[in-house]
Design a protein around this ligand. Structure first.
Ligand SMILES: NC(=O)c1ccc[n+]([C@@H]2O[C@H](COP(=O)([O-])OP(=O)(O)OC[C@H]3O[C@@H](n4cnc5c(N)ncnc54)[C@H](OP(=O)(O)O)[C@@H]3O)[C@@H](O)[C@H]2O)c1
Length: 313
């Protein structure tokens, strides 16, 4: 099979001809049509997870996929050859990824793709969509609650703004210059441009009684501690980067949650249903061919993308 792979950390990566993978027990093999890139995948290529997880070379990156099942491992039930699916590979080793014509995935981390959701849209959804869903569920906003979303234009943020707004909360999106209209289009009621002033000062000025929650996908611990000053007693602060100081926040009667995303078939089914019903729009998606996958990674590195970056296989 053709795949985009690296022979060592830090390389740009190139097209390789690799043996077709075989599905293990409770796995299916998918003929991949689209795969999305997440910041985690870039961290893998740079070698940031060296020593923390097993890597296999030539290393094929990425975990999100959409495609068609073309082979079944032993013990597989409920999935058939020819099914259109999307999800993540669900692997504990790195390198057997989805920037390839074929990839194997656990049946517990994929779901059927509804016809109303395109393969590119489905490939964008898994890790970012489930992260957004788990963040919004951790906050459990009530109608009219003020919910701040930091990183609102990014992969997770693009879904989180919509999911939070759908609860009846009033969403305040934090983004950078040039992306404010996009975030409003997702359903944010207010937008703060973090590049034109101090976010915490803007929040305090506009909402002196405090906000109910912050869903943060971008800040480090110091940045999030400062932003959390805007959260009122009884509120919630979530972080995708392990930046929520849970014990410190508890002293102010604020719930801190460091979200550890777990993609499951149930969560994927839920998101797919919302998308098929038109209740969850696809984010802005920029697509690349497999040959141009290294350019796609550059967008993530430079943080110049909007929404999601998807590679068509
Ligand atoms: N814990 C887990 O299990 C888990 C799972 C999935 C992802 N993650 C992590 O979650 C993070 C977000 O993922 P993603 O896919 O949404 O990434 P993304 O698409 O790169 O979006 C993040 C957005 O944050 C904004 N941003 C960048 N630096 C910022 C800063 N200093 N302050 C405020 N905003 C900033 C940028 O948008 P603007 O320029 O518009 O502000 C950027 O697009 C990544 O670090 C990823 O590794 C963790």
């Amino acid at each position: 099979m053709r795949a985009f792979a690296l022979d060592d950390f830090g390389q740009r990566g190139s097209i390789h001809d690799l043996p077709d993978p075989e599905p293990a027990e409770n796995e299916v093999r998918v003929r991949v049509t689209a795969a999305s890139i997440n910041p985690f995948d870039n961290a893998v290529l740079q070698g940031y997870l060296k020593g923390r997880m097993e890597h296999r070379f030539p290393l094929v990156p990425c975990g999100d996929l959409a495609g068609t099942v073309d082979a079944l491992g032993s013990g597989v039930e409920g999935v058939a050859i020819g099914d259109s699916v999307f999800g993540v590979t669900g692997k504990m080793v790195l390198g057997e990824g989805t920037l390839a014509e074929l990839a194997t995935a656990s049946t517990s981390t994929i779901a059927k793709r509804p016809a109303a959701v395109s393969e590119v849209e489905a490939a964008a959804l898994p890790l970012a969509g489930v992260s957004a869903l788990m963040s919004v569920e951790a906050v459990a906003p009530r109608p009219n609650d003020l919910v701040v979303i930091v990183g609102a234009s990014g992969g997770i943020g693009s879904y989180a703004v919509q999911l939070a707004a759908a609860t009846g909360a009033r969403v305040i999106g934090v983004t950078s210059k040039g992306k404010t209209e996009y975030v409003k289009g997702l359903g944010a009621h207010e937008v703060i441009d973090r590049t034109s002033g101090d976010v915490i000062e803007a929040l305090k000025a506009q909402h002196p009684d405090g906000v109910a929650a912050i869903i943060d996908t971008a800040s480090d611990a110091a940045g999030l501690a400062r932003l959390s000053e805007a959260v009122r007693k009884g509120g919630t602060v979530t972080s995708m980067k392990g930046a929520a100081a849970v014990e410190e926040l508890a002293k102010r009667d604020i719930k801190g949650v460091n979200v550890a995303t777990q993609v499951t078939s149930e969560r994927l089914d839920h998101l797919a249903r919302l998308a098929a019903e038109g209740k969850l729009k696809a984010p802005h998606i920029q697509t690349f061919s497999l040959e141009r996958a290294s350019e796609a990674f550059q967008l993530i590195v430079q943080d110049t993308h909007l929404g999601k970056v998807v590679v068509r296989i």
